[in-house]
Design a protein around this ligand. Structure first.
Ligand code: NAP
Ligand code: G4F
Length: 323
């Protein structure tokens, strides 16, 4: 029997990788897509899957459209990836972020509870919930301390998922994913901002790169590896929460060095510190412990940071050359 999946946020980085993974496994893939005035399907084209998806109009802020998407797709599995996912923007749009990333999760869980209670549910939780870290290495038992409206909204989404699991016996799991990147990463996130700029500087199309806190540390992995963990969570007999990370943390500064090195440049010659890119409250360091995902799901990251940044640099060098 062909399985049906509904992915919200299918036009985003993870949505594109997950759609490809599920299509390769033989799923019928539906995508909830919010109306935009310009093209939002470029990542699905890059992955070669644009024509293989059933698109359903809807917005996480609109409970009726979310409900309709659940009824129409009759999903065995729902992956809730839709979000206003840029931390810095969440201070400028705290209410929208709260509605989409927080209440939106309830719209989806309610639709599943009422119309499709057998459906398995994945919530895209985040290491940003750890924020001001309460343990050197964060795992499923580490207390949360979010530091942005995004982190706070995601914490609501996380707990409402746990609550619907416990209240209504839904197969609802949360993946607490640490930063994951790829050539499809949005240009506003620091890794892509750096690889794009290094490619432009190398090709004489940009002179400098303005960044904020380059001493911040992140546990960076590859999005292609991380969507496999999402799928594995929904194949388990029991729903649960899992940290997905590499277990290695690196400064933004060192990530810059790797990117610029790859094209034979010294980042120190080009990176300028600009207070405009500092945040009202910073998450200084994140470092995940993926031991449970490894033990229960049999999941391990396959891509180290050096390989990941080189993959992104190669893609940006080619793209910038064609511009
Ligand atoms: P992304 O590239 O920013 O994609 C976000 C997706 O959500 C896009 O498809 C976007 O649509 C959609 N969306 C935004 N607002 C919406 C709304 N009101 N209604 C319906 N769809 C909406 O994010 P990502 O990196 O793929 O991340 C996927 C999920 O994982 C997000 O929930 C993010 O918060 C979470 N997460 C990401 C990371 C990471 O490091 N990447 C780590 C932990 C958790 P448009 O394309 O039309 O804007
Ligand atoms: O790449 P970032 O914008 O990602 P951030 O804030 O860690 O959030 C990402 O990962 C989360 C998981 O932990 C996701 F939930 C979330 O949706 C998103 O995908 O920033 C990384 C670090 C920060 O400390 C930031 O202050 O880089 C620092 N940074 C320094 N200069 C910068 C810049 N970040 C950006 N975006 N732009 C800069 O110029």
């Amino acid at each position: 029997m062909t399985k049906s999946a509904l992915i919200t946020g299918i036009t985003g980085q993870d949505g594109a990788y997950l759609a490809k993974l599920l299509l390769d496994k033989g799923y019928k893939v539906h995508g909830l897509v919010a109306r935009r005035s310009s093209d939002s399907r470029w990542r699905l084209r890059e992955m070669g899957v644009e024509a293989d998806i059933v698109y359903l109009d809807g917005d996480m802020a609109d409970a009726c459209s979310v409900q309709r998407a659940v009824i129409k797709s009759a999903p065995d599995e729902v992956y809730n990836l839709a979000a206003q996912s840029f931390v810095a923007a969440s201070w400028d749009q705290p209410v929208t972020t709260g509605i989409v990333d927080g209440l939106g999760v309830t719209h989806l869980l309610e639709a599943i509870r009422q119309f499709s209670p057998h459906t398995r549910f994945y919530q895209a939780s985040t290491s940003e919930m750890f924020g001001l870290i309460q343990a050197e290495q964060q795992d499923e038992n580490t207390p949360f301390y979010p530091r942005s409206p995004y982190g706070v909204a995601k914490l609501y989404g996380h707990w409402i998922t746990v609550n619907y699991r416990e209240s209504f016996n839904l197969h609802a799991s949360s993946g607490i994913l640490f930063n994951h990147e790829s050539p499809l990463r949005g240009i506003e996130f620091v890794t892509r901002k750096v690889t794009d700029a290094a490619a432009r500087i190398k090709q004489g199309k940009q002179q400098t790169l303005a960044l904020g806190n380059i001493d911040a540390k992140r546990d960076w992995g590859f999005a292609g590896d991380y969507v496999e963990a999402m799928w594995l969570m929904l194949q388990q007999d029991k729903p649960d929460d899992y940290v997905v990370a590499t277990g290695v943390t690196t400064t933004v500064r060192e990530m810059c060095r790797i990117a610029f090195d790859h094209v034979g440049l010294n980042y120190r010659d080009y990176v300028k510190i600009d207070p405009a890119f500092f945040r009202p409250a910073e998450v200084e360091v994140l470092l995940g412990n993926p031991a449970k995902a490894q033990r229960v799901l049999g999941w391990k990251p396959k891509t180290d940071l050096d390989t990941l940044i080189r993959m992104m640099m190669d893609a940006d060098m080619q793209r910038v050359a064609k511009e």
